[in-house]
Design a protein around this ligand. Structure first.
Ligand code: CA
Length: 492
């Protein structure tokens, strides 16, 4: 009678081993408002000044996506898209204002059903209690840069220290104590580098003595486009205000932290007041203050990505863990005179995407396809060998990650921003095929279009809408826009 039992045991063992190989761990490392320009693997004028070596390691050991485009460039909606694999109008999170409907189908819930242990640590920002996670430990709302409170499976737990470090500490804690018999899906989601950009104490002096190059469009006058961009309220010159410029602090500091933090900023603020700058000189000063603090916040993120990767190395998990790095959207680092996001223009439409999948994805590869955060949910499921529900609206990226890129891929991307008036950005939607971009501002008094040729005008300084030379292209993109709106069930 013993033999069949032994046979069954070995069969179970063999199946579970095969299951483990088929179901790699998934580590989703995520940030808030990380511009491509501030991730050195993407190159650009800041790469040498503010390198991100740990993030670059992911690119060196995996794949960098050059054109990962978001579907709605703002925080909470992007998070909902990633969880559901559905556009905002179907997942219900059109703006930052709604409460996310956690009763709906999400990738973490489906991963649980597929045998994964799931966890989220860090920024959640969806108002409702997280669902689909065996463990959640999330900031309340935006959270603070220092001494955060983390809602830990429903209980408020106060922490002392720098939030980017603490989120990593807690993610590593969970990894160390997880159920090691199951594959894991961990979303480690930083607040940084979202405003208001309070750097770690160890980085207060970083970049202090240097001048960060200004973008050529810092003093854009918005001529050559529709009236939409001129109506912005995200100007470095006009809209940063005292909290974003560190004349006022957002975090509740301990006395020691305050001493170091205020000790850095106060004398510099006093020197600024004394200098009595105006016009362009004042804007330039604001830009330096803003960009340096932003890059300091990114630096702490990069260090903490390094800590996560080191943990995977030291525990032998690296080989069977797919590491994905992305952000909820891109960001304006002074281009067009702006901070913030929201627009369908390039810097806020693009978000970073790096994927390391050992043994599957070719190290150091780059991909130029039009991919999107609408694809993430299905990619998670496909990596886990779990079925992709038919009502999800993206495409699994695994064929690209496996190097099986046939000619078949989407040729255009649909974008839709709904939060009317936030930072002066009107509702708009549009389509891009990577070379050309058509944007519709449907509401009065704008009720207008813009059209850009990104090859001729990569900085998007001149809308060519209405120019006879481009009539055919515009016509083609209008048809494509209608087709996508029908296909994604947006409406007419
Ligand atoms: Ca964001």
């Amino acid at each position: 009678m013993m033999k069949p039992i032994i046979f069954l045991c070995s069969l179970t063992l063999a199946l579970s081993c095969a299951g483990a190989a088929k179901q790699p761990n998934i580590l989703f490392l995520f940030t808030d408002d990380h511009a491509l320009k501030a991730l050195s693997a993407y190159g650009g004028p800041l790469a040498r000044i503010a390198p991100t070596p740990h993030l670059d390691r992911l690119a060196k050991e995996g794949m960098l996506f050059e054109h990962c485009l978001v579907s709605n460039s703002i925080c909470a909606p992007a998070r909902a898209v990633i969880l559901t694999g559905k556009y905002s109008h179907l997942n219900g999170q059109l703006t930052n204002k709604e409460v996310f409907d956690g009763s709906q189908q999400t990738a973490p819930k489906l991963l649980q059903q597929a045998g994964y242990q799931t966890a989220i640590v860090g920024k959640w920002h969806l108002k409702s209690t997280p669902t689909g996670f065996d463990h959640f430990e999330v900031l309340k709302g935006q959270g603070q840069y220092y001494n955060p409170m983390l809602i830990t499976n429903g209980r408020n737990v106060k922490h002392t220290g720098y939030t980017t470090d603490i989120i990593t500490d807690q993610a590593l804690n969970w990894l160390s104590n997880r159920n090691k018999k199951k594959p894991f899906f961990l979303m480690c989601q930083h607040k940084a580098p979202h405003g208001r950009w309070e750097p770690a104490l160890r980085h207060l002096e970083t970049f202090d003595k240097i001048k960060i190059p200004e973008p050529s469009t810092l003093f854009d006058d918005y001529a050559g486009r529709s009236a939409a961009p001129a109506g912005h309220k995200m100007g470095i010159a006009e809209d940063l205000g005292p909290s974003r410029l560190m004349f006022r602090y957002s975090s509740k500091f301990t006395p020691e932290q305050f001493k170091a933090f205020d000790g850095h900023f106060r004398p510099r603020n006093e020197a600024f007041e004394k200098a009595n700058l105006d016009g362009k000189a004042r804007t330039r000063w604001y830009y330096q203050r803003y960009i340096k603090n932003y890059l300091r916040c990114v630096k702490a993120v990069d260090e903490n990505i390094g800590r996560m990767l080191k943990y995977l190395d030291n525990t032998g998990l690296a080989e069977n863990t797919v590491v994905i790095y992305s952000s909820d959207q891109g960001f304006w680092l002074g281009e067009h005179g702006w901070f913030d996001k929201r627009w369908m223009y390039e810097q806020s439409l693009h978000t970073p995407l790096l994927v390391r999948w050992p043994g599957v994805t070719k190290a150091g590869s780059r991909n130029a396809r039009l991919v999107s955060n609408i694809d993430f949910a299905q990619t998670f499921l496909d990596i886990a060998n779990a079925p992709q529900p038919k009502d999800m609206q993206g495409l699994s990226l695994t064929p690209i990650l496996r190097g099986q890129t046939s000619g078949q891929w989407r040729k255009s991307h649909y974008y839709h921003y709904y939060e009317a008036g936030g930072h002066g950005v009107p509702v708009h939607y549009g389509v891009t095929d990577g070379r050309y971009k058509l944007i519709r501002f449907p509401e009065k008094p704008l009720n207008t279009w813009e059209f850009f040729d990104l090859e001729a005008d990569p900085l998007e300084m001149k809308s060519l809408y209405g120019e006879s030379k481009y009539r055919q292209k515009v016509g083609y993109l209008k048809k494509e826009l209608s087709r996508l709106r029908r296909a994604y069930r947006v409406g007419s």
